[in-house]
Design a protein around this ligand. Sequence first.
Ligand SMILES: Cc1cc2nc3c(=O)[nH]c(=O)nc-3n(C[C@H](O)[C@H](O)[C@H](O)COP(=O)(O)O)c2cc1C
Length: 204
Amino acid sequence: MIIDNWTLYYFLFFVNQMKRIILGMTGASGTVYGLRLLDVLLQTNCEVHLAVSDAWKSVAKEESGVQILERFTLNPNVKLYVSDNFAVPIASGSVPNDGMVIAPCSGGTLGCIAAGVNQHLIHRAAEVQLKERRRLILLVRESPLSLIHLQNMERITLAGGIIQPACPCFYSGGNTNDLIDSVVARTLDLLGVEHNVSCRYSCQ
Ligand SMILES: Cc1cc2nc3c(=O)[nH]c(=O)nc-3n(C[C@H](O)[C@H](O)[C@H](O)COP(=O)(O)O)c2cc1C
């Protein structure tokens, strides 16, 4: 029997019981959400298929320093894709995964996914998630919201996606990292990834 590289890859993937998560990062404020999510996904032994939009690079330069991404791309569990290349596994429904999250998700990307328009790879990967009835979580960051945003959110919700607003909860603690983690932890819960990012509400 001939075993090719892909067969071997999938065999090892299933034996390892790793979760395969697609992470898209687009040009909304809140690049820290995506970067922290990536950090925790790798800590929890997930394989992350990562795509960033050109607009993300501009926003990240202002907010976090785009070189931060280089630290992750050296990790063998990160597969980084160029956003205008559609000839990659996450653009096809034939390659299974355990969920996709877009963090942060811009109003532009929200609109493209709601309209079924594929301007770049992240839109296509999200379209695939919806058509395959797989988990899709959009960490939308915009304020305030127009009727168009709200209608796009409704369309995506009706199609099976989850709108997870980038709204921290303030009972999580006082500092910025706690606030970021409160959103990241909820997102990991929605992805079904076990984690120990502290975030649970306690009555004590
Ligand atoms: C510094 C900066 C901050 C931005 N913040 C937001 C934001 O919070 N939400 C949003 O929807 N768009 C924001 N934008 C606009 C998006 O980057 C723009 O609509 C872009 O076309 C989105 O493309 P993408 O979804 O393909 O990444 C911001 C742009 C810049 C330069």
